[in-house]
Design a protein around this ligand. Sequence first.
Ligand SMILES: [Zn+2]
Length: 133
Amino acid sequence: MKTLKDIEEHDCLNHVDRDLLKQEAINRNYEVPLIYTFSWNYYEYWCPYCDTHEGMMGAGENVEETKELKKRLKLFEEVTKDYIHAMGVLGCFSTKWKEEQIKPEDLPKEEKDRLQTIRDKGWELNKKVEDLK
Ligand SMILES: [Zn+2]
């Protein structure tokens, strides 16, 4: 189990700078803790603010673990839970359903549709988690 200490965090400014279109919408001083997840193959870290995916090596920027960031990570993990789950299940080779290991395409239609709807809706970017509730 990873602790926040192992999780690299970054200020979105680092990679948004390359994208001038997005720049205006971003609060430059808002630090976003990266979410550690296996929902995207080969990219274990996801930035829920600008949708950057990065692998274990060289993800984000190491910053001091503060109370504020810890709290923010918790909030981001909470609000993105369904989205991350949907992305993970629909993109994997095998998933658990009622204690059984099955292929995602063998899920009941209802559940597949539910996950698909979440995935199609996507995740709302450029939003501070504190403003999402
Ligand atoms: Zn970012």
